[in-house]
Design a protein. Structure first.
Length: 133
């Protein structure tokens, strides 16, 4: 992996990369990955309408930093080895849901091991953000 100046970057634990000067940056912000992430973000924004964490509709007219503004969530967090720009690892989420999830990987409890799926919809929701202005 290289930065915008074609200088090699060292990949550190947790998906972070280290530039030659020692400054760490997130894997999804690396020069080669960011354009692909932005392309996938546009695809998700145009095809998904429901938060992948709480299951409620996402209103695209709400802008950041509002808690209900739309964001892109990495299902398997970068810190846990998730792919930074893989469509199968990205989902639409409310900003507050994504902030509450942090770097957790949530697995739905099922009776049969064959039906085990990764799910983010089991996070507790402590506040009703729909009543906020």
């Amino acid at each position: 992996m290289t930065n915008e100046n074609n200088t090699p970057l060292k990949v550190m634990k947790g998906g972070m990369t280290k530039a030659p000067r020692g400054k760490a940056q997130r894997a999804d912000r690396a020069a080669g990955v960011r354009p692909e992430f932005e392309r996938l973000r546009k695809i998700i924004y145009s095809t998904q309408t429901v938060c992948g964490i709480c299951g409620k509709p996402v209103d695209f007219s709400i802008k950041p930093p509002h808690p209900l503004s739309p964001t892109i969530d990495h299902i398997i967090p970068l810190a846990k080895g998730g792919a930074p720009a893989d469509l199968s690892n990205l989902q639409l989420a409310h900003r507050i849901c994504n902030l509450q999830k942090k770097n957790k990987i949530l697995v739905a409890e099922v009776k049969d091991e064959r039906e085990k799926q990764i799910s983010n919809r089991i996070l507790p929701q402590h506040a009703d953000w729909t009543k906020q202005s």
